[in-house]
Design a protein around this ligand. Structure first.
Ligand code: SF4
Length: 353
């Protein structure tokens, strides 16, 4: 039989159903395949034992389900983070993902683009510029690879997913959205909306789309500044969607989904950790049920911006608390493996050995 290889992990369940019917299979075979791919993590059809042999042979000839190859795995010496580099299809780049390990949680922080076009000044990924969007298969492939790693260690599989790796997921909305359906599907990764978070630099129209589609995933907005002039200076997207619009849509998101929005706020010595900054944040966010994640700027992610001393970080956090704002200091894990915020880069494959 002559037919073109169809990448099944780029298809939705209804599309797989259509595909298997076209190959002379039954509709229910689609769901079986889906489970084999995402739950058993098979990379070939031969051992899909609940389907006829002749049908498996037709699949083998027409469809592809190979996995992303993991080119590098770096385990943090602290045992709480692992960084992966996955070789992408038909590309000289690899995409990076990080597994964060807590007592009960295994959180996969995954990439949605190669590089990023939004140009935030403190971010390593931004230095690559935008290379391309990851496909649905490449987004899901990172989760499959991380689950393979956990399974081989005899550990529990991924419990939480955050889109906070390379790229702006909401600028790759269609592939992000279709990957999300598989992540949430019972026969897919079966991870509920409450365990999924997307981080955005503030792509307002895509946040509107999330609300329209009744998705109740967590939303984290990288705020990082207490006024527009400052935010314009290191987050160019602010010229398009300024702070007032972000706060306004965050409030609507909360009312629509019942989920408190998280504002990520990078602490830069003498710039975002001042008394004036604390007052401005209170004016902006006071009385609105949200969370503020304080992230001391990562020294490797930014050469120009300095990280405040520990006691200044504590003092800033306390000043927000005293005003009734729910602020948490987020310590970047995985710094020893360059897996912390703002440190992910798409190493060229010929640099990865
Ligand atoms: S911080 Fe996020 S949105 Fe900004 S450049 Fe880096 S990856 Fe892109």
């Amino acid at each position: 039989m002559q037919c073109k290889a169809v990448r099944l992990k780029n298809l939705s369940l209804p599309q797989i159903e259509e595909f298997v019917l076209g190959l002379g299979g039954k509709k229910f075979h689609a769901r079986q395949i889906y489970k084999w791919i995402y739950q058993k993590r098979l990379s070939g059809f031969e051992t899909m034992s609940d389907m006829p042999k002749s049908f498996r042979a037709r699949l083998e000839a027409c469809a592809g389900i190979s996995k992303l190859e993991s080119r590098r795995v770096l385990e943090s010496k602290f045992g709480d983070a692992v960084k992966f580099g996955f070789e992408l299809y038909e590309s000289k780049h690899i995409a990076e993902s990080v597994l964060l390990i807590d007592d009960n949680r295994r959180t996969a922080c995954i990439s949605s683009q190669l590089g990023c076009g939004l140009g935030c000044a403190f971010c390593e990924t931004a230095k690559l510029g935008f290379i391309r969007n990851l496909t649905q298969e490449e987004i899901l492939g990172q989760l499959i690879g991380i689950n393979d790693y956990l399974f081989n260690k005899g550990d529990k599989l991924i419990t939480n997913v955050v889109f906070m790796g390379m790229g702006e997921a909401l600028s790759n909305f269609d592939n992000f959205r279709s990957a999300l359906s598989v992540i949430m599907a019972e026969d897919g990764f079966n991870i509920g909306a409450r365990r999924i978070t997307v981080s955005t630099a503030g792509v307002v129209p895509s946040i509107e789309r999330l609300m329209k589609e009744d998705l109740t995933i967590g939303l984290a907005i990288s705020l990082n500044a207490w006024n527009n002039d400052l935010r314009n200076s290191y987050m160019p997207i602010n010229r398009k969607y300024p702070i007032e619009q972000l706060v306004e849509i965050a409030k609507r998101y909360y009312h629509k989904t019942g989920r408190r929005v998280t504002f990520e706020y990078v602490l830069i010595n003498g710039i975002t950790d001042t008394a004036a900054a604390a007052s401005a944040l209170y004016k902006m966010l006071g009385g609105f049920p949200c969370k503020i994640n304080l992230i001391p700027v990562n020294p490797a992610g930014s050469k120009e911006y300095g990280s405040p001393a520990e006691k200044l970080v504590e003092r800033f956090s306390a000043s927000l608390h005293s005003r009734g704002l729910a602020a948490t200091i987020r310590r970047s894990r995985g710094q020893d493996i360059m897996g912390a915020c703002g440190q992910l880069t798409a190493f060229m494959m010929n640099h990865s050995n």
